[in-house]
Design a protein around this ligand. Structure first.
Ligand code: C2O
Ligand code: CU
Ligand code: CU
Length: 489
């Protein structure tokens, strides 16, 4: 048994012995509809996001200590329109320094909300964030260096939907909470008393933190929703710290219409879609011909992790059940043409860069887990190109407007790689073409065997005081040093 396999076995054993239990239930709870802050009709005031220390009952009957953004757990769904500038006031009252990063937005480094834009407890950060990109599902979350994993897990995350003229007039379901739903999928660990817990150990550094219970919009799965007859749109974010989720439908294939950075050129049908932490997909569910359907999550695929059997003892669990009512809803058909997407042109690339993600640069993870009190600090236990993340070092300098090829390879395990300030196209994933549903605009790519390559261009500036990040989106890996920073000038 190699060292990692050994750590896995030991850790699974400890969790079972320690009474970690899954809190899946047989009767679904109602799907929580996250309150939407809709700015598409115009912005009159500054947009307040208050980061708070709070408590929340996920459905275990007891309250867990959480962080929330305007709410007791997670943030609102923000809906904005291309061309607007969002005047945020981010107020931090969590009792610790934090940051809020706008994951997926094409914005300059100085408003990106990465680890350099710290918001001290008791203070306000007021960036004006320009929305220049097309319709896309983005999100925001803590990016506090060394504490991203812990703070995001506790609830500092939310969704930011960008619309544009085309998406607002498109023939797609778009009535929020009626035929258009935002789903935030997470896995949580609950102790025997029903309190959410987060504990780092050497094994958790290795695999990232994986919970034993699936949570949808802050409620333990399965959740259920009554929907009208017609097409239903689900906008899905995998906001797990470390888990890859394989999504499928109870009835029929998954119909994917958009990925991280916007609409696909045409809808794609897939038996299942594999979502890494940080990824977003939009899917359509046809409720014309079925009375019930369900979005299922299975953990037995690639990267399912060693805790797969802890989700209520099943490999597959229902995230969301849909029950059709007699009401008439969106009566259009699944569109065939969605956006004009040219095939990527790798010949345009002026530069090729290589990134090697490294799991182990010799630090004693067990000692670090004890020393750092559930965060990674500046542990520097993992690296990219031999260099653990250093707040005061610039790893790459990119020329604004240049098209580049980034080749990312790994020394072990499956990692989700993310780049700030852009959307890119995947040229190859693990040595082969990406699945059709991942062939559009992305800001996340899976890297396992061989390498993955993306074609990317940066159109906004990031100076050395406010550089962009690239990193593994397994948040414990990111915190442990599997991150680098780059300027665009
Ligand atoms: Cu979603 Cu740098 O992160
Ligand atoms: Cu990001
Ligand atoms: Cu990783």
């Amino acid at each position: 048994m190699d060292r990692r396999a050994f750590l896995r076995t030991t850790c699974a054993g400890m969790l079972l012995a320690g009474g970690g239990m899954a809190w899946a239930q047989s009767t679904p709870r109602p799907l929580p509809i996250i309150p939407v802050t809709d700015l598409t009709g115009g912005i009159e005031d500054r947009v307040s996001l208050a980061l708070n220390l709070s408590s929340h009952d996920f459905g275990t009957g007891v309250a867990s200590q959480t962080f929330g953004i305007n709410h007791d757990y997670l943030g609102p769904v923000l809906r904005a329109k291309q061309g607007q500038t969002l005047p945020f006031d981010v107020t931090n009252n969590i009792g610790d320094t934090s940051t809020i990063h706008w994951h997926g937005l094409h914005i300059p480094g100085e408003v990106d909300g990465g680890p350099h834009q710290e918001v001290k407890n008791g203070s306000v950060w007021s960036p004006d964030v320009p929305i220049v990109q097309h319709a896309s599902m983005n999100w925001f979350h803590s990016h506090m260096h060394g504490k991203t994993a812990q703070q995001t897990y506790k609830g500092l995350a939310g969704v930011l939907l960008v619309e544009d003229d085309a998406s607002l007039s498109s023939d797609l379901p778009k009535t929020y909470g009626v035929d258009d739903f935002t789903l935030i999928l997470q896995d949580k660990m609950f102790d025997g008393s029903g309190k959410m817990e987060y504990e780092l150990s050497a094994a958790v550094f290795e695999d990232g933190f994986e919970g034993n219970t699936l949570v949808v919009n802050g409620a333990i799965a399965p959740v259920a929703q009554t929907v009208p007859t017609g097409l239903i749109r689900l906008r899905i974010l995998n906001a797990c710290n470390a888990r890859f989720l394989s999504l499928s439908m109870e009835t029929g294939p998954v119909t994917v219409i958009a990925s991280d950075g916007g609409f696909l050129s045409a809808s794609v049908e897939a038996e299942s879609i594999l979502m890494s932490p940080g990824e977003r997909y939009e899917i359509l569910v046809d409720m014309n011909s079925v009375e019930t359907n369900a979005l299922n999550v299975s953990l037995d695929g690639e990267g399912g992790g060693f805790l797969a059997n802890l989700f209520g003892g099943n490999k597959t669990t229902t995230a969301l059940s849909l029950n059709r009512s007699a009401a008439k809803g969106f009566d259009g058909a699944i569109p065939t043409q969605l956006a004009n997407l040219e095939p990527p042109q790798p010949a345009d690339a002026a530069v090729t860069r290589s990134f090697q993600l490294e799991m182990d640069v010799g630090a004693d993870l067990a000692a670090l887990a004890l020393a750092w009190d559930n965060y990674c600090g500046d542990a520097g236990a993992m690296a990219i190109n031999g260099q653990p993340m250093k707040m005061d070092g610039i790893d790459d300098e990119v020329r604004k407007g240049d098209t580049e090829i980034w080749r990312i390879s790994v020394d072990d395990q499956l990692h989700p790689f993310h780049i700030h300030g852009c959307s890119f196209r995947i040229l190859s994933q693990n040595g082969g073409p990406p699945p059709a549903y991942a062939a559009g605009w992305k800001d996340m790519v899976h890297v396992e065997e061989g390498w993955s390559e993306v074609l990317v261009r940066f159109d906004y500036e990031a100076t050395k005081d406010a550089p962009y990040m690239y990193h593994c989106h397994i948040l414990e890996h990111e915190d442990c040093g599997m991150m680098g920073q780059f300027t665009v000038t």
